[in-house]
Design a protein around this ligand. Structure first.
Ligand SMILES: Nc1ncnc2c1ncn2[C@@H]1O[C@H](COP(=O)(O)OP(=O)(O)OP(=O)(O)O)[C@@H](O)[C@H]1O
Ligand SMILES: [Mg+2]
Length: 254
């Protein structure tokens, strides 16, 4: 059966997104994604939707030629990224609202083994990072000491992955990096994304507001900043960005 994909609305990172009649189809280039990658993302998205969060419902997984694709409910609204672009003077207020949605998401727990473990994932990244052995050892030790929580962590909360509807609901997209683990780690992940993106003020607001709203101490949060900066090293090529991350690692006192 020939499927109608509809209008192309986004194309990046070897993924194309189409919309037709209230249905979104996300098509993954087979040169970069296996069928099981696509099924995994679709099943995680459905899992999180069924845990009661504002996330688009998944309908089905199928093939488009050699590529794999999945369909989901179209969320009618705008991405938070485009809202901020159109209203840059209120960026801080928009980001604080994003943080509130992020904290709501993190209040959900995954009590089974469906989602991968965040600490195990971070551990693998740290093993791959170019760090000197004693530094790696310190960071690994620090990671081990953090409590093993069961919060649903998205792993990529950023304005381009949030759709805001007319009634102000923040729907969260893109569940490929989801895991279960420590909520502070997911907040710090977003902090690092802002920092790497050249937005240190916004990054700082994100951490401080989280600290205030969740009664989490800044020194505990900074511990996660050091550990996740080490984990992040493998994902950046730019030397300036690497420097920012290395500074975060060094600034931690043991
Ligand atoms: N369910 C949806 N409803 C409305 N728009 C959507 C939906 N899913 C995706 N979009 C639109 O398509 C864009 C890209 O979608 P998505 O974030 O899922 O993929 P991606 O960014 O290409 O993938 P990734 O972030 O994994 O690299 C979104 O920013 C949004 O504009
Ligand atoms: Mg995205």
């Amino acid at each position: 059966m020939e499927r109608i994909l509809g209008d192309l609305i986004s194309e990046r990172n070897h993924k194309r997104v189409y919309v037709h009649d209230g249905i979104i189809t996300k098509v993954f280039d087979h040169n970069f994604y296996h069928g099981y990658n696509v099924m995994r993302e679709a099943s995680i998205q459905q899992f999180v939707m069924e845990s009661g969060l504002p996330v688009p419902k998944v309908y089905d997984v199928f093939q488009v030629g050699d590529d794999w694709a999945f369909t989901s409910q179209e969320i009618k609204g705008r991405t938070l990224e485009s809202i901020i672009e159109a209203d840059p003077e209120h960026k801080k207020q928009h980001v604080v609202k994003m943080l509130q949605a992020h904290i709501r998401l993190l209040s959900k727990l995954c009590k089974n083994n469906f989602l991968p473990d965040l600490k195990a994932k971070v551990k693998r990244y740290i093993e791959e990072a170019s760090l000197d052995p004693s530094q790696r050892y310190d960071i690994q030790l620090k990671l081990e000491k953090f409590p093993n929580h069961l919060n649903i962590c998205h792993g990529d909360i950023y304005p381009h992955n949030i759709m805001v509807t007319d009634d102000g609901t923040f729907y969260i997209l893109d569940w490929a990096h989801c895991s279960k683990g420590n909520a502070t780690a997911d907040i710090v992940n977003t902090y690092l994304m802002f920092l790497i993106d050249g937005e240190p003020k916004i990054a700082d607001i994100y951490l401080r507001e989280f600290s205030k709203k969740s009664y989490t101490s800044m020194s505990y949060i900074k511990g996660w900043v050091a550990v996740l900066s080490a984990a992040y090293l493998t994902r950046v090529n730019d030397e300036k960005k690497k420097e920012i991350l290395l500074k975060n690692i060094d600034s931690v006192t043991y």
